[in-house]
Design a protein around this ligand. Structure first.
Ligand SMILES: Cc1cc2nc3c(=O)[nH]c(=O)nc-3n(C[C@H](O)[C@H](O)[C@H](O)COP(=O)(O)O)c2cc1C
Length: 337
């Protein structure tokens, strides 16, 4: 059994969307047009960073690029560190541009990457956006993880100041809260992808490769995705918030959008389907976007900005956790009145 997920995914069940029995909006009338870092996109969904740098990555990125093109979705490649170190592997990333020449592509590097590396990664793909990822929990659980280095925020600031494309900062599944988001905004990032807990679990993935089991308690480490979104939207620096980490279907996506995310990302969800075959991954994205449209229709909402006024009931653990971050649950319940 592949246990890359965890029970905090259930926090999505603590967010209740209000059914509108008088809706006259049909799914095909909904407008999914979104904005990611100032770039207009046809849907508030992107394929998040997964792979690159191994020979087998070429086929994964090729098929993801074909799907990204078909559904007009932005797509991030996996960390380009290997492609910069070994230029002979650059084709495993470039395939994403080859198969989607007009698409929105997102370059990807660790947040400790230098400005020169960041420029090269963007140039490798002719990318419109750069993602820098934070993954301290992954590194510390990994048997051969890199030590954490001082000066991370200064490095992010140097990259943001010197690069010609907007920078998204992301976590890989342990979450970004409002306090960290304020520091990251001050460093100059354009958007925060909270990359919260509830989906792919790198403590589990990396931990299993350790000879001992000291890491096991850390499989429940991290901040759940919906809590991060609420916290960064309400207590954060006022920059764009993106949601990933277990946002595996269109209804979860809708809940994140109602909490204030501008768009959502999927990595583990699409990858699990792609492993079953291209047709399954294709169907997954078709269903995902359909779920989003039907959900909006049943809320009586045609456009994404209207979601900010949809009243939400929030209960259980999600409610407790946001209250502890100073968010009054009634701000969700009473809005749109
Ligand atoms: C197989 C795999 C490889 C990944 N590699 C990267 C990577 O190279 N760079 C990165 O920023 N995130 C990477 N991620 C993290 C995802 O982009 C995403 O942040 C995380 O998996 C949470 O989203 P999910 O629950 O939809 O999977 C990877 C995820 C998976 C499943």
């Amino acid at each position: 059994m592949q246990r890359t997920r965890c029970s905090f995914t259930a926090l999505f069940n603590d967010i209740h969307l209000p059914h509108n029995c008088l809706t006259t909006v049909n799914p095909d009338d909904t407008d999914l047009t979104a904005d990611i870092c100032g770039i207009k996109v046809r849907a508030p969904l992107y394929i998040n960073a997964i792979t690159g740098g191994a020979l087998s990555s070429e086929s994964v990125n090729r098929r993801l690029a074909m799907l990204a093109k078909k559904y007009a979705l932005p797509m991030a490649v996996g960390s380009q560190a290997a492609g910069l170190k070994h230029p002979g592997l650059a084709f495993t990333y470039r395939v994403a541009r080859k198969y989607n020449p007009q698409g929105v592509l997102i370059a990807n590097l660790p947040a400790a990457a230098s400005l020169q590396q960041a420029r090269s990664a963007v140039a490798m793909l002719d990318a419109q956006i750069l993602q820098l990822f934070l993954n301290p929990a992954q590194e510390l659980v990994m048997a051969e993880g890199d030590p954490l280095e001082e000066g991370l925020l200064d490095n992010i600031a140097a990259v943001c100041a010197g690069i010609s494309v907007p920078v998204i900062i992301k976590e890989v599944g342990f979450g970004i809260d409002a306090r960290a988001a304020r520091s990251l905004a001050a460093a100059g990032v354009s958007a925060i992808d909270v990359g919260g807990r509830g989906g792919t679990n790198f403590a589990w993935i990396e931990g299993r490769r350790n000879p001992s089991s000291w890491w096991k308690p850390f499989t429940s480490w991290g901040l759940p995705t919906p809590v991060c979104v609420a916290d960064v939207v309400y207590n954060g620096p006022g920059i764009q918030v993106l949601a990933s980490g277990g946002v595996d279907d269109g209804l979860r996506a809708l809940k994140c959008l109602c909490l204030g995310a501008a768009a959502v990302g999927t990595a583990g969800g699409i990858l699990r389907q792609l492993r079953k075959g291209f047709a399954q991954a294709d169907r997954y994205l078709e269903d995902y976007l359909r779920q989003l449209r039907v959900g909006m229709a049943l809320l009586g909402v045609k456009t994404l900005p209207e979601l900010a006024a949809v009243p939400l009931a929030v209960t259980g653990r999600f409610r407790e956790l946001i209250e502890q971050r100073g968010i009054d649950p009634l701000i969700y319940a009473q809005r749109g009145n």
